[in-house]
Design a protein. Structure first.
Length: 134
């Protein structure tokens, strides 16, 4: 079901060249004709200067066309966790009343990262926000 909070992923044991995804659903539960512009961001970062924070790359994607694919234009840019934390947020698109979409938070460590990153740890919250649009 849908709720106000989603249990986050655990990407323990990731290594250079590894990529993992956490899938979830967003829904505009409004009964009025109110569209919601949705965004994703990073908050409560445990170690903002860590090696992992610079090398764990994150992007978000939502299947806005509801065709079981994440097409070009449905995926945010990819940035490190530290860059997301200190920068802006990712647009996940606009949901109309009653619309629900499958989304994913996609995380990877580039193959060029130092192998010592495998033993590093990091925690953060992913925040999803919706703003009424005219």
């Amino acid at each position: 079901g849908f709720g106000n909070s989603i249990v986050g992923p655990s990407f323990s044991g990731m290594f250079p060249g590894d990529e993992r995804s956490q899938y979830f659903w967003l829904r505009n539960n409004s009964s009025a004709a109110i569209n919601l512009a949705t965004t994703a961001d990073v908050a409560n970062l445990s170690a903002p200067s860590s090696l992992l924070g610079d090398n764990l790359l994150v992007k978000w994607a939502c299947d806005l066309s509801n065709d079981d694919s994440f097409q070009l234009g449905e995926t945010s840019s990819e940035f490190s966790v530290n860059a997301w934390f200190s920068g802006g947020n990712a647009s996940l698109g606009t949901l109309t009343p009653g619309q629900e979409v499958e989304c994913a938070m996609i995380s990877r460590i580039p193959s060029s990262a130092d192998s010592s990153i495998s033993s590093a740890s990091l925690s953060f919250d992913a925040l999803y926000d919706a703003t009424q649009t005219p």
